[in-house]
Design a protein around this ligand. Structure first.
Ligand SMILES: NC(=O)c1ccc[n+]([C@@H]2O[C@H](COP(=O)([O-])OP(=O)(O)OC[C@H]3O[C@@H](n4cnc5c(N)ncnc54)[C@H](O)[C@@H]3O)[C@@H](O)[C@H]2O)c1
Length: 344
C-alpha cells in the first residue's frame, strides 16, 4: 500500500502529540505543516524534520501534494479550514470541538458529504486503552445489559498553564472536556434521546463554567450521569483519567483511579490492570491521551486506505456535539432538552 501523505495545520500545544503520533502511524506521514505563527512553525518543523512549511493554509492547499489534512487549530478556524479542504477535495481530520456552533458543524458535514471527502473529528478519548477495555468487557456480556452508568472526570489539574485560551472563553468545561466524556457515554451506552444539565463556575479567575453535571437518557433505556469538574482537589490527582461505573442486568463494572477495571457478576469479581502504554515520546500523566492520539490517527490511516468510514466521522460527531449544545441549553433554561430537535 502507498504511504499516505498528510499536511498538518496548527503547530500549537496539542499538535506536538499529533506529530509524534504520525511518526508512529503505519501507512501515513506528514509532508507539510502550516501555522500562521512563524515561531511555532519553525519549532515543530525543526523538531520533526518537515521542510515544507507555510504560514498561509490557502497557499499550502494551492501547492497541494498531500492526500489528507490534519487540522489541529483551535475551534474558530475549523469551518474555514475544512471548507478549504472541501474546495481542494482533500480528506480532512478536524480537532474537537467540531465548530463554534452546531449549525457550523452541520454545514461542515454537508459540505464534505457533497464533495465526497471523508471528515473525521479527532475525538480521541474513546480510543484510550481503559475505555476500549470497558467496551470489550461490555461486549463480552460479562455484566449483561447495562441499565445505569456514570462517566466521571473530576480534577484540580491546572490546564490553563498549557492552554491559556481555556480561561478566556464564555464556555469552558463542557465544550473542552465534557465533549470527550459525553462521547464516551455515547460510545459505551449508545445514542442519547434527552438530557438535563447543571453548571457552576468555582474558579473566579476564569470566564466559563468549570463544573457540570449532566443526566442522560439513552435510546437503549439506560440512564447515565456525566459529571466533570476542574475544581476538585483530591489527595491523588486523577488527571486525565475518566472513571466509569456501569450496572447491568448480570453484574457491574467499575473503572477506578489507577486504571483498574473490576468486573463483578455471578462468578465473582475480576480485577484487571488496564493502564495505557507509556509510548517512548509520551510523558505522565498525559500518556493516556497521547496513546489515544496515536490510536485514532492509525484508525484514520487504516480507514482512508480501505475507503471505510471512521468511527468518529463528522456525521457521528454531530451526535456528540449536539449533546454539548443541549447541555448548555439545559443549564441555562433548567429544562430537559430533546436531542432529536437539535439534530434536525
Ligand atoms: N483531544 C485532546 O485531548 C486535546 C487536548 C488539548 C487540545 N485539544 C484541541 O486541540 C486544538 C488546538 O489546541 P491547542 O491547545 O494546541 O491550541 P494552541 O493555541 O496551542 O495551538 C493552535 C495553533 O494553531 C495556529 N492557528 C490558528 N488558526 C490558524 C490558521 N487559520 N492557520 C494556521 N494556523 C493557525 C495557532 O497559531 C497556534 O499555533 C483545540 O481545538 C483543542 O480543543 C485536544
Amino acid at each position: 500500500m502507498m504511504e499516505l501523505r498528510g499536511a498538518l495545520i496548527g503547530c500549537g500545544f496539542f499538535a506536538v502529540n499529533q506529530m509524534h503520533g504520525w511518526r508512529d502511524v503505519n501507512g501515513a506521514s506528514i509532508v507539510a505543516i502550516c501555522d500562521r505563527d512563524p515561531e511555532r512553525l519553525k519549532l515543530v518543523g525543526d523538531q520533526f524534520g518537515v521542510d515544507r512549511r507555510y504560514t498561509d493554509a490557502r497557499q499550502m492547499f494551492t501547492n497541494g501534494g498531500f492526500d489528507f489534512v490534519d487540522i489541529a487549530t483551535t475551534v474558530n478556524s475549523h469551518r474555514t479550514l475544512v471548507e478549504m479542504a472541501v474546495a481542494h477535495k482533500v480528506p480532512a481530520i478536524c480537532q474537537k470541538p467540531f465548530a463554534p456552533t452546531l449549525a457550523d458543524a452541520k454545514a461542515m458535514v454537508a459540505a464534505c458529504e457533497a464533495a465526497g471527502i471523508p471528515l473525521m473529528i479527532h475525538e480521541n478519548f474513546r480510543w484510550q486503552t481503559p475505555i476500549q477495555a470497558v467496551r470489550k468487557a461490555l461486549d463480552s456480556g460479562a455484566i449483561g445489559a447495562p441499565f445505569w452508568g456514570r462517566f466521571s472526570f473530576r480534577s484540580g489539574y491546572d490546564v490553563f498553564s498549557g492552554q491559556p485560551y481555556l480561561a478566556e472563553g464564555k464556555r469552558f468545561i463542557i465544550e473542552d472536556l465534557g465533549i470527550h466524556t459525553l462521547d464516551i457515554a455515547r460510545y459505551i451506552l449508545g445514542d442519547v434521546t434527552s438530557l438535563s444539565a447543571r453548571t457552576k463556575r468555582v474558579n473566579p479567575k476564569i470566564r466559563g463554567e468549570d463544573v457540570a453535571t449532566i443526566l442522560l437518557d439513552h435510546n437503549s433505556g439506560a440512564t447515565s450521569i456525566v459529571d466533570v469538574s476542574y475544581a476538585t482537589r483530591q489527595s491523588v490527582e486523577p488527571f486525565p483519567e475518566t472513571l466509569i461505573e456501569l450496572d447491568g442486568t448480570q453484574g457491574s463494572l467499575r473503572l477506578s483511579q489507577g486504571y483498574e477495571l473490576q468486573v463483578t457478576n455471578a462468578e465473582g469479581a475480576t480485577n484487571t490492570d488496564v493502564a495505557p502504554i507509556l509510548l517512548p515520546w509520551a510523558s505522565r500523566p498525559w500518556h493516556n491521551i497521547q496513546e489515544s492520539v496515536f490510536a485514532i490517527q492509525q484508525h484514520w490511516a487504516d480507514c482512508l486506505g480501505r475507503q471505510e468510514e471512521t468511527c468518529t466521522s463528522g456525521a457521528d460527531n454531530l451526535k456528540t456535539f449536539a449533546l454539548v449544545e443541549a447541555a448548555y441549553e439545559s443549564a441555562a433554561s433548567k429544562a430537559t432538552v430533546e436531542i432529536r430537535t437539535l439534530l434536525k
